[in-house]
Design a protein around this ligand. Structure first.
Ligand code: F6R
Length: 671
């Protein structure tokens, strides 16, 4: 998803914006741009010239100075008849305003990687100014191109805007504004916001923004510059994340913490429907009625190294290796003297005992956590668990029992469908518990109770360590519920918590054997299809293994409950196809072995994933990966690790960009 960064302070903004945007690259993007306020002193000459030279050599980009001083600049650009330099860039054009003492906004945009934008601006040095906003765009409305990239701006160059989210009624607004004489140059929904702001702006930015909020539907996080207010950034959000950070050197906006972690840990997650004004020294919050409101800042305890690769080739591999720590950090504080402590949920033992049903909702990998939870919680607490994809739940008008506890699982805490599902559940009057990684995120704030997973920042698009901590959170909840309902006794609780505390060390042991998986993965990096099969908890792990593989290796993959194979899918099995069989559950082991025999006899090459001790797996499997023994209910935490490594090394073998798979974004904040 798109990324936003903004800075106003006592340093040059552009280098900080570029640095911040780089930290958001993991979210996925196809173009990028920055807008920097020029205070009205000379903006041209040597420095500007340097930028021009760079821009000529860039592959694709555009650069314009817009502002009161250059009323004709955008028209020139629109018609593509701008300065001669425009013809020397391949995709887009570039124009700089004439020297002026009037305040203005300089905008530089480029298609493709941030590297291009860096080249065009001499690493930001050629765009002087201490206040600016930046954006990485992930195309939704309109193809990836310079003209569609952000910042967008109004025709009279008074306003520049970066936007995450979707303006749902943009077409209707666009038609209306077109009739009123506004002309649009991009295919984006965002440009409507720039024109609307321009239309409503009569010297009071907060008023103009609040009027826009009443006109637009959908989701938005906006960073805004007004040309006649150099040094000020305005921001507003609805259902799309945006944070504010403050430091001695100046103040920031960003769509995610890693973007500004290098500069500050003092952050505030902007509450929904609030407007923020930032200057180099002050931050003010306003509600939609334009009244000033107080907000509190909190310290993010993530360290900067956690958001850097730290010597690993990819964030994904680093995060796979961080799993022992992440699981330990999530589990240890919740266990004391063998007992699970769930006080942070604000639910008494009676409240927990009263839960008659659980409805879990999530997307993607988090949904697979819910699938695991279904088996685990039902066995440990004897509470029926229903699992739904958030995108389905939100529209299906669910029928639920009175004492149903709704659990929303989300790493980012911002996934649009999960957030909508949460709101739907609350609207229907149910208590919602969020299992969330990002402190202060929307789901964390809107849920009745929050159970934080302490995975730290997860940068790689493919989740690994957050997934493992979500599993750990589910185990703790299951044990707590099981005790409160009298399903498990103290001895069982002690035994389970002891084993939970050993999981990190067992994950470490799997990581020590990563070469065996790497060797195997290299043999299959050119597969066309790979299947995963399992039963019960192992089926849930198969779903995750298959998703991990397909999302980063682009190999078609499916996971099946092994008993389902005969009902259709087995016809796809042909010579040499890889089938991964996961088998850790004693009561289902023989059944799974039979399914593996079935596919092997039809030509499949079979990889078995099981626990040490289950050596009969080797009678069937062509290759076997063993994970340490654990209680069966926790096996998913161990089997997922070789499956993550398999996906990673297969993708690496294909030479793919593991951390930024095509078409995917880290945080899916639009529907
Ligand atoms: C897959 C992956 C996604 C996310 C899904 C939900 O590796 O990361 O499937 O699990 O988009 O995201 P969150 O947990 O942020 O709600």
């Amino acid at each position: 998803m798109c990324g936003i960064v903004g800075f106003t302070g006592r340093q040059q903004a552009a280098p900080i914006l570029l640095d911040g945007l780089e930290k958001l690259e993991y979210r996925g993007y196809d173009s990028a741009g920055i807008a920097v306020a020029q205070s009205g002193v000379a903006v041209h000459g040597g420095v500007e010239g340097a930028g021009l030279t760079k821009a000529y050599s860039a592959q694709s980009g555009s650069r314009q100075t817009v502002g009161a001083a250059r009323p004709d600049a955008q028209e020139d650009w629109q018609e593509g008849t701008g300065a001669a330099s425009a013809r020397s860039v391949q995709d887009g054009s570039r124009m700089t305003g004439a020297g002026s003492a009037e305040p203005s906004i300089e905008i530089v945009k480029a298609k493709g990687r941030l590297k291009v934008l860096r080249e065009m601006t001499d690493d930001g040095r050629s765009v002087p100014g201490t206040c600016g906003i930046g954006h990485t765009r992930w195309a939704t409305h309109g193809e990836p191109s310079v003209v569609n990239s952000h910042p967008h701006y109004a025709k009279n160059k008074r306003v520049a805007v970066v936007h995450n989210g979707i303006i749902e009624n943009y077409q209707e607004i666009r038609d209306r504004l077109t009739k009123e004489g506004f002309s649009f140059i991009s295919a984006t929904d965002t440009e409507t916001v720039a024109h609307l702001l321009d239309k409503y702006y009569a010297g009071n930015p907060i008023e103009a923004i609040s009027r826009v909020m009443f006109r637009v539907r959908g989701s938005y996080a906006l960073g805004i510059l007004f040309a006649d207010r150099p040094g000020e950034i305005y921001a507003v959000r609805k259902d799309s994340p945006l944070i504010v950070g403050r430091s001695d050197q100046g103040n920031f906006i960003a769509s995610d913490v890693p973007a500004i972690l290098r500069y500050t840990r003092d952050v505030c997650f902007i509450p929904n429907l609030e407007i923020v004004k930032l200057t180099d020294r002050e931050i003010h919050f306003y509600n939609v009625d334009q009244e000033e409101v107080e907000e509190t800042f909190s310290q993010v305890n993530w360290d900067t190294e956690a958001a850097e690769k730290g010597g690993f080739a990819h964030f994904m591999l680093k995060e796979i290796y961080e799993q022992p720590k992440a699981v330990r950090d999530t589990v240890s504080p919740r266990i004391s003297e063998g007992h699970v402590n769930l006080e942070e949920l604000g639910m008494s033992q009676e409240d927990l005992a009263k839960v008659s049903r659980i409805q879990m909702v999530a997307c993607g990998s988090a949904y697979h956590v819910c699938m695991t939870a279904k088996y685990m919680v039902e066995q440990t607490a004897r509470v029926p668990v229903d699992v739904d994809l958030a995108s389905e739940f939100r529209y299906r008008n669910p029928v639920m029992e009175k004492d149903t506890l709704v659990i929303v699982v989300s790493q980012s805490g911002e996934t649009a469908d999960s957030l909508a599902a949460l709101r739907e559940a609350k609207k229907l009057g149910y208590r919602v518990l969020g299992i969330v990684n990002v402190v202060g995120s929307s789901i964390a704030r809107e849920a009745d109770s929050v159970f934080y997973t302490w995975a730290g920042p997860e940068i790689s698009v493919a989740t690994t360590k957050a997934y493992s901590t979500q599993l750990a959170a589910v185990y703790l909840l299951a044990i707590g519920l099981g005790r409160a309902r009298g399903v498990i006794d103290e001895t069982a609780e002690q035994e389970m918590t002891r084993e939970l505390l050993r999981l990190p060390e067992k994950i470490e042991r799997i990581l020590e054997e990563k070469e065996r998986i790497q060797w195997f993965a290299n043999k299959f990096s050119h597969s066309k299809d790979i299947f995963f099969i399992g039963r019960g908890l192992d089926y849930a792990s198969s779903l995750e293994g298959s998703l991990k593989l397909k999302e980063i290796s682009y190999i078609h993959s499916e996971a099946y409950a092994a008993g389902e194979l005969k009902h259709g899918t087995i016809s796809l099995i042909e010579d040499g196809i890889l089938v991964v069989g996961v088998a850790t559950q004693k009561s289902l082991f023989e059944k799974l072995i039979s399914n593996m025999v079935e596919v092997k006899s039809r030509g499949a090459y079979v990889l078995g994933v099981t626990s040490y001790g289950n050596y009969s797996m080797e009678d069937v499997a062509n290759y076997t990966i063993y994970v340490p023994k654990t209680m069966e209910c926790f096996a998913a935490s161990l089997t997922v690790v070789p499956l993550q490594l398999l996906a990673y090394y297969v993708a690496l073998g294909k030479g793919l960009d593991v951390d930024k798979p095509r078409n995917l974004a880290k945080s899916v904040t639009v529907e």
